[in-house]
Design a protein around this ligand. Structure first.
Ligand code: PHE
Length: 447
């Protein structure tokens, strides 16, 4: 099949595109990483830093990915070649590699979520969540769950942009919003909610005085917004000309932040209302899969319902993010190898499933991958796309003006992508690399 024989698919509606992009952004990162990062790094002070990071660094890059994707109407590799020439091929390939690697371990965590959701519905939460999690999180049962989740992801992406992805997100995303807001409201009625809010949000500006916090905030922003690896670039490549890209960018970033913020508003009051605050001290994974189920147990009947809803929302978030990760890889195989969608999805879905097995067998592999890919590769990817649109692409502002009209700030956006964003990211990268090297050394010394 030649690469140009079939007309490129398009989203059926603007709403579908927005929900797909929000679906990519909202995921485990929002409900698992964000609340804890905030609580540990100065509460409301971190929140301010994070919002600044999203607005000043995240949004310009988001718009840059949109401009490249919609402008070229191609997946990352040919899109970068379209605007930059063949020398930019490796960057596109790097994006595909990141998608491949993130999905390989993301799907392992999502597999645990599948298990918790099914168990919550059928048998309730385990009496000893700690022992239970220890038993299911690694080993062949974890592999099986990971394969199951990958199969689900493959099944949706196989249906195509309109018939698979869009059909899934227009149903799933509204459900997720309702659950998250509903549970946050429910959590507010619990006695002891105040202590949870205090733990979450009490402002401590001293925490902001370290470089590590900048790195954490930046890494989280990119991971949460799905930036730096071409997911939103790919989704934008299925857009028609007339969408207003800056407006959609703000809606997507705002929704992503709102869900992360509300996740904290539901998680901490529930944990604190039950006096389980010691569970908070553990790892973020521990809190999610051990601390919360313990709380759901203690809440009795309502706890079961709340727990089912919570894990269902988590599952939806994970699934709609996973499909965007697979779509980056699949669309690249379709565009560059000339494969059919069915073949691309089957072959690369199987490849990712295999690559995830080490993470399912050993939590340290999962943790290291998350640290290196999440904090270093995504920052490198974001830096590269910023430089690409800032310096290499001939006239990115012209692409943005289609659908948005002439905007006075577009030259400032370009200047930002040229100077401010790269300078900041190089600075962040320095600490991210240092951190990752230390993590690997500690692992080698300890193991
Ligand atoms: N944004 C997703 C989350 O917060 C993860 C993700 C990263 C998805 C990169 C796609 C690309 O869980």
């Amino acid at each position: 099949m030649s690469t140009t024989s079939a007309p490129r698919e398009q989203w059926a509606s603007r709403f579908g595109f927005i929900l797909a992009a929000v679906g990519s952004a909202v995921g485990l990162g929002n409900m698992w990483r964000f609340p804890y990062l905030t609580a540990e790094n100065g509460g409301a002070a971190f929140l301010v830093l994070y919002i600044l990071m999203v607005a000043l660094i995240g949004l310009p890059i988001l718009l840059a990915e949109f401009a490249v994707g919609r402008g070229a109407k191609k997946s990352p590799i040919p899109a970068l070649v379209h605007f930059g020439g063949r020398r930019w091929r490796p960057l596109g390939a790097f994006f595909v590699l990141i998608g491949f690697l993130i999905l390989s371990y993301y799907s392992v965590i999502a597999g645990w979520v599948v298990r918790y959701t099914v168990e919550a519905v059928t048998t309730g939460f385990p009496a000893e969540p700690g022992a239970h999690f220890g038993a299911i999180s690694t080993g062949w049962s974890a592999v099986l769950l990971h394969l199951l989740f990958m199969a689900l992801t493959v099944a949706i992406v196989r249906g195509g942009v309109r018939g698979g992805i869009e059909r899934a997100v227009v149903v799933l995303m509204p459900v997720l919003f309702l659950i998250v807001v509903g549970l946050a409201v429910y959590a507010a009625t619990l006695e002891g909610a105040g202590a949870g809010y205090a733990f979450y949000l009490q402002a401590d500006f001293r925490e902001l005085l370290t470089f590590k916090v900048l790195n954490d905030a930046a890494g989280q922003a990119f991971f949460s917004l799905s930036l730096g690896m071409g997911a939103l670039l790919t989704y934008a490549s299925y857009l028609s000309r007339d969408e207003n890209l800056p407006r959609e960018s703000v809606i997507i970033a705002g929704s992503d932040f709102a869900v992360a913020f509300f996740a904290g508003l539901m998680v901490f009051p529930i944990i604190f209302a039950l006096g389980l605050s010691e569970a908070v001290g553990e790892s973020t994974i521990g809190a999610l899969f051990i601390g919360l189920p313990e709380a759901f147990n203690q809440l009795g009947g309502p706890g079961r319902v709340v727990g089912v809803l919570f894990f269902a929302a988590l599952l939806v978030g994970a699934l709609t993010s996973a499909i965007s990760l697979l779509e980056v890889v699949a669309s690249s195989a379709i565009d560059t190898l000339g494969w059919s969608r069915a073949r691309a999805v089957a072959v690369f879905g199987a490849g990712i499933a295999l690559a995830g097995i080490p993470s399912a067998l050993d939590l340290t592999v999962l943790g290291l991958l998350d640290q290196i890919v999440g904090n270093v590769f995504l920052v490198v990817g974001a830096l590269s796309i910023s430089l690409f649109v800032g310096w290499r692409m001939a006239d990115p502002a012209a692409e943005v003006r289609k659908g948005a009209g002439s905007l006075g700030w577009l030259p400032a956006w370009r200047a930002f992508l040229r100077w401010v964003v790269p300078a900041f990211l190089i600075f962040v990268l320095f600490f991210a690399i240092q951190d990752s090297v230390q993590a690997v050394i500690a692992e080698l010394a300890g193991g």
